[in-house]
Design a protein around this ligand. Structure first.
Ligand code: CO
Length: 134
């Protein structure tokens, strides 16, 4: 079921400052910021060859990463995203195995225009897991 690691996401309090670290200090190519109101975040991606890094900044009043940043004000690793071939089949398999799917259980469109789902961290070793249909 599990495909390649699509990205590792890092929540940051200041997307411009974090982008500058990756661009200027680490010498990476950083995409233009992309607002995702449906997910309550603004994102940039950094292609590191074998996977990507996603930097997330809160967007709007009820951002799902606001509580995370309140606990970790300087930012931190927020989730990992694995690719799957069939997101509905993956969801049904995981639910049947007892894993909790966040939200209403239906995929939303993610930053790459593909369907995504999030899985409860308590079911995956304390790590928030995103699935993206490749
Ligand atoms: Co993500």
């Amino acid at each position: 079921m599990l495909g390649r690691l699509n990205h590792v996401a890092i929540a940051v309090p200041d997307l411009a400052a974090a982008s500058a670290v990756y661009r200027d200090t680490l010498g990476a190519k950083v995409t233009e910021p992309q607002a995702l109101p449906e997910h309550g975040v603004t994102v940039v991606f950094i292609d590191v060859g074998n996977t990507k890094i996603e930097l997330l900044e809160p967007l709007g009043e009820n951002s799902p990463i606001a509580a995370f940043l309140a606990k970790s004000p300087s930012g931190g690793m927020h989730h990992v995203c694995y690719e799957v071939d069939d997101i509905l089949a993956a969801r049904d398999h995981l639910k049947a195995s007892g894993a909790r799917v966040l939200g209403d259980g239906n995929p939303k469109t993610g930053a790459h225009g593909k369907p995504v789902l999030f899985l409860h961290p308590k079911d995956f070793q304390g790590t928030l897991v995103e699935l993206e249909q490749a």
